[in-house]
Design a protein around this ligand. Sequence first.
Ligand code: SF4
Ligand code: SF4
Length: 361
Amino acid sequence: MPELKFDKTKCAECKAISCLVKCQYMDFKDRDRAKKEWQKVINGDNSSVLEACTTCYACEEYCPFGNHPFYMLVERQEEKGILPAPRPIIKMWINQCQPVGRFIVGKVEEKALSYCFLPQFNTLVKGKLFDGIALSVIFGQEFFCNAVYLHYAKASVIKDRLPKIVENIKSQGIKELVCLHDECYGTFTSLAPAYGIDIPFKPIHYYEYMYNRLKELKDLIKPLNIKAAYQRNCSARLCPETDHYVDDIFGLIGVERVKREYDRDNALCCAETIRMAKGPAMADDLQKKNIDDMVKFGAKYCVFNCPACYDSLAEKVAKAGIDPIHMIDLCRLALGEERGQKLHLEGMPVLRAAMEDRQYE
Ligand code: SF4
Ligand code: SF4
């Protein structure tokens, strides 16, 4: 099994202990206390951190030394059998995502799109943004990045499956892989190197792909002139270096990213994994705080990166009078195209009235 590259001496010398001090779900403002508790995690002792962690991934971003505190935490949770979700849910995920040799591919070229294991991309990948690449697609459990098991204290499943997944992708002759789910991108650029797993193709974040494509199509762009809240997802914490593309894309298509409290490194995740791990009260409270914040800062749209966040939050966001939209659809609107993903509004007359003056169809 690949082993996590983790440098204990970095933590011993670290003064900030940002991994715990910045955690939004635990109160570790006292750095000395944070240091002691984190040392317990590293040393394999019992620690309240292992129980309290919501698996939001954020400490991967907070550590200024790239020392992978969250991956370490998941290793320790698994060693001690501290499961952040009910056992049957974990079992279900492990079984349903197991690679079984049934490849679902399009007309795969050297440059391909990865849908990960998210069929929602079928409705999103359309139009000029994807001219020439739309059919070069891989999808399903043979190509599933498996990072989701970070939420379930099952690093062993990732370590077992990821090398096979990488081999499956390589076997398709793919040289450049545009990852439409940034959990895949984060897996190939953060998780895999942290475990010493080689990636024999070039992962490209779809934001980078879309930014470059939009520049090619700039004469067709009609600025949207809207204010939008950005919903930053858990896996964005594995690749924070890509966040500037949100600003770059918004700049190209005339979208103002509202400067709200729960964005950038203070983002709140969609809270659906928290619902499984910690129950509905905490998840509902977090979602309310997040959506209230979007309303407070005058957002008219909520832009999603992750289709799973969209599934969790879109209806709730819409009920607050904000138009939920995936980043791909937002770019398509700016190109004068129709959005692919549509929220079913039947039975929501109040919402329908609230959104009458929007571009929603
Ligand atoms: S994981 Fe990073 S932030 Fe946390 S103590 Fe170690 S070096 Fe510091
Ligand atoms: S994953 Fe999130 S909740 Fe868990 S320790 Fe890191 S920052 Fe805190």
